[in-house]
Design a protein around this ligand. Structure first.
Ligand SMILES: [Zn+2]
Length: 204
């Protein structure tokens, strides 16, 4: 179960986490988790380039080890990257020691002060330790591209309906989410470009 829009009431409770970015500009912050992935990441980068959009990629260390060329392309095209652990571990089900070790393994591949916990699941003790080193980036809009129960059209509607100035939006450049994301992304960019928005990487 998940909500496409993070309820406002959740945010002050977890003030160590970043849910959206306050900005004077008409801009939004697209993020892509779980890559880099063969074919999907390349297509994502092509679409972003065609709209002159910048984004933030929360990469899994083991995927970078498999496809260093894709990771290099993300950086070469001016996007931001962030740490998403080495093996996509769930903080709630992992001891702090193992969790930190996995974050540091990813840190060998991703030099960034941005971190996103896989599944959005992180213990308070893990947050307390990691916030000294990282900005922990959550989101206020979930596309639902990973959800096998919804259509690509619904995924597009989720992001169009809930995105506002300064929103942090979650997509996945993964095989599982690829079809829906690649349907929704260009249509979302088209719509928000028309309305005068720009698409920025999260400042590191
Ligand atoms: Zn993830």
């Amino acid at each position: 179960l998940y909500l496409a829009k993070t309820p406002g009431i959740v945010k002050p409770v977890y003030k160590d986490l970043v849910w959206n970015i306050s900005t004077e500009k008409k801009e939004v912050f697209l993020t892509f988790d779980d890559g880099p992935t063969l074919e999907i990441t390349d297509q994502t980068l092509d679409i972003l380039a065609s709209f002159k959009a910048k984004a933030t990629f929360f990469c899994v260390g083991k995927n970078i080890a498999e496809h260093p060329e894709l990771y290099a392309r993300i950086l070469a095209e001016g996007h931001q990257t962030g740490n998403h652990t080495n093996d996509h571990v769930n903080g709630w089900k992992t001891t702090d020691y193992t969790y930190f070790k996995n974050v540091l393994q990813c840190d060998k591949f991703v030099q960034s002060n941005l971190f996103r916990p896989p599944y959005g699941k992180i213990k308070r003790s893990q947050t307390r330790a990691l916030k000294n080193r990282f900005d922990i980036i959550m989101w206020d809009v979930l596309s639902g591209d990973f959800d096998t129960e919804i259509t690509a059209e619904q995924c597009l509607k989720n992001v169009v309906k809930h995105t506002t100035q300064g929103s942090i939006i979650v997509f996945h450049d993964s095989v599982k989410a690829g079809d829906k994301m690649l349907y929704a992304l260009p249509r979302f960019l088209e719509e928000f470009s028309k309305n005068g928005y720009q698409f920025s990487a999260i400042p590191a």
